[in-house]
Write a protein that binds this ligand. Structure first.
Ligand code: ATP
Ligand code: MG
Length: 430
C-alpha cells in the first residue's frame, strides 16, 4: 500500500518535473494540509497554475489551531478551475470563487484578484483578476490573514504576518486609513480577531479605527452582526469594550449607540452560546431596548426571544424551594432555564448567592430526573378528558387546565387523573 502510494506520487511528479514532495523537502516550515486540499493544489500545479492555501487556514495552522475551512487561491481563472475538476459549484464565479467538491468536503478555490470597493454582502462590488499572488495578498485585511502556503512555494509572507502572529498583533496590510476607507467592516474585524486570538491592535491600525469609525454607518447590518457575534462568542467577550473605547458603538446602529458603555461589562468566564453572550452583553438594558438592538442588527427571532428571556430573568428571584423552582421552570423551555442558571453564575447583582445557585441547581435537576409535571403536556388530564366530562373547548377549559397545572406544580403527587378531576369538581370547573 505504502509502496503503491509512493510509486504513484513519483510517477505523478516525473511528468511535471516537480521537486520531491516528501516531508524532507520542507526544510523550514511544513504546514499540514488536508490531503484533499493538497490534491487540489497538486492538480492545479500539474496543469500549470500556481495554487496555495491562503488566509485564515494558514494563520490558524501557524498558531497550532485546527482551521475551520481551507481556502485555496490560484492563478487559474474560474473557467480553468472548472475544467480541471469534475465536481464544482459556481459559488461566486463573478468574484472568482469556484467550490471544488472532494467527497463530502467543499473547498473554495478563488482566482488571484484585486478588489474594487466593498458593498453589501461578503464580496466587493467589482473585482479584477491578476496573475500575481502578491496582488491578491495585498487586498487582504490584516498581515496575519495575508499569508499563503504550498508545499512547493513554502510560506509566502510578504507583510510579516508570521512576526505579527508571534508578537500577537493585529496590523493592517498597507495603510490602515486606506484599508478602513475601502471597507469599514475591517474595523470590526480587527476587534473581532483581537478578541478571538487575544491579540493587541497595532497602534497605527488602532488610530485609524478611531478616525474611520463613522464609515461603519455604511456597512450592512448583517455583516456587522456577524462580526459582533463572533466577537461576543470568542474567548475574550470582554474585548467588546473596545467598541466603546474607540468610539465605534454609535456607528454600529442607532440603538447600539444608546447602550451604556459601563453596563456592557463582560466576564471572560461566560458560558458559550450566541444568545447567552448577547444576553450577558445587553443585560442592563430593558427587554425592549435589547430587542431593538438585536432587531436593528437583523438578528433571528429565536435568538432575540432567548436573549429577551434571559434579560428579563437574570436579576429576578427564581425560587429556592422545590415548589417555587418548579414554577419558574414551568415558565420557560428547559434549555432556557439551564442558560439562566449558567448566566446567573457569572454575573453580579443577582438575588441569589453562589450557594443558593448550587442548591437550586441540585433541586432543579431532581425535578427533571423525577419527571415532575411542570408543563400542560405532562398533566395527567388532557383537553380531551375535559371534553369527555362535558366541557366545551375554549377559554374556560384553558383556565381549568392551568389551574390544574398550578396544583401539580405545588404538589406533584396530585398529577393523577381521578385526583385532578375531583379537584376540578370541587372548584366548580366541572
Ligand atoms: P474565520 O476563522 O473567521 O473564517 P478567516 O480569516 O478565514 O477567519 P474569512 O472572513 O473567512 O476570515 O475570510 C477569509 C480571508 O479573506 C481572510 O483571512 C482575509 O485574508 C480575507 N478577507 C475576508 N474578509 C476581508 C475583508 N473584509 N477585507 C479584506 N480581506 C478580507
Ligand atoms: Mg474563513
Amino acid at each position: 500500500m505504502t509502496n503503491d502510494t509512493h510509486t504513484h506520487a513519483v510517477q505523478a511528479q516525473s511528468g511535471t518535473a516537480k521537486t520531491d514532495r516528501s516531508d524532507s523537502s520542507c526544510p523550514q516550515l511544513c504546514l499540514s494540509i488536508p490531503p484533499e486540499a493538497e490534491y487540489i493544489i497538486e492538480k492545479l500545479e500539474e496543469n500549470g497554475f500556481e495554487a496555495y492555501v491562503v488566509g485564515g487556514c494558514v494563520r490558524d495552522s501557524l498558531l497550532g489551531r485546527t482551521p475551520v475551512d481551507w481556502d485555496i487561491t490560484t492563478k487559474a481563472a474560474p473557467e480553468q478551475v472548472k475544467a480541471i475538476f469534475g465536481r464544482t459549484i459556481d459559488t461566486g464565479i463573478a468574484h472568482g470563487t469556484v467550490t471544488v467538491m472532494r467527497g463530502k468536503e467543499a473547498y473554495e478555490v478563488t482566482t488571484y484578484r484585486i478588489d474594487g470597493e466593498y458593498e453589501d454582502g461578503r464580496h466587493p462590488r467589482n473585482v479584477a483578476f491578476t496573475p500575481y499572488l502578491e496582488e491578491d495578498l495585498k487586498r487582504r485585511d490584516f498581515t496575519i490573514n495575508a499569508m499563503a502556503y504550498s508545499r512547493n512555494g513554502g510560506l509566502i509572507d510578504i507583510f510579516e504576518g508570521k512576526k505579527d502572529l508571534a508578537e500577537k498583533r493585529i496590523r493592517c496590510v498597507g495603510d490602515p486609513l486606506d484599508r478602513f476607507g475601502e471597507d469599514a467592516l475591517r474595523i470590526l474585524r480587527a476587534v473581532r480577531f483581537s478578541a478571538q486570538l487575544g491579540f493587541d491592535i497595532d497602534q497605527e491600525t488602532r488610530e485609524a479605527i478611531i478616525t474611520m469609525a463613522p464609515n461603519l454607518a455604511r456597512v450592512s447590518k448583517e455583516r456587522i452582526h456577524t462580526e459582533l457575534t463572533k466577537l461576543l462568542i470568542s474567548p475574550h467577550p470582554d474585548y467588546v469594550n473596545m467598541v466603546f473605547e474607540y468610539g465605534i458603538a454609535p456607528w454600529i446602529s442607532k440603538t447600539f449607540g444608546q447602550i451604556q458603555a459601563g453596563h456592557a461589562r463582560m466576564s471572560e468566564n461566560l458560558p458559550s452560546g450566541v444568545s447567552m453572550r448577547w444576553a450577558a452583553f445587553l443585560r442592563y438594558e430593558t427587554e425592549a431596548a435589547a430587542q431593538a438592538v438585536l432587531k436593528e442588527l437583523k438578528m433571528d427571532n429565536d435568538t432575540i426571544d432567548r436573549v429577551k428571556l434571559l434579560v428579563r430573568w437574570w436579576q429576578r428571584p427564581i425560587g429556592r424551594d422545590e415548589k417555587a423552582i418548579r414554577k419558574t421552570m414551568s415558565l420557560m423551555p428547559e434549555d432556557a432555564y439551564r442558560d439562566l442558571l449558567a448566566l446567573k453564575r457569572c454575573v453580579d447583582e443577582i438575588p441569589e448567592t453562589p450557594k443558593d445557585l448550587d442548591e437550586i441547581f441540585v433541586l432543579s435537576r431532581g425535578i427533571g430526573q423525577r419527571g415532575d409535571c411542570i408543563r400542560l403536556k405532562d398533566l395527567a388530564v388532557t383537553g380531551n378528558d375535559l371534553i369527555n366530562q362535558g366541557m366545551k373547548p375554549g377559554k374556560a377549559m384553558g383556565r381549568a387546565l392551568n389551574f390544574l397545572l398550578d396544583r401539580v406544580i405545588e404538589d406533584p403527587e396530585k398529577n393523577e387523573r381521578e385526583t385532578l378531576l375531583a379537584e376540578l369538581r370541587a372548584e366548580g370547573y366541572l
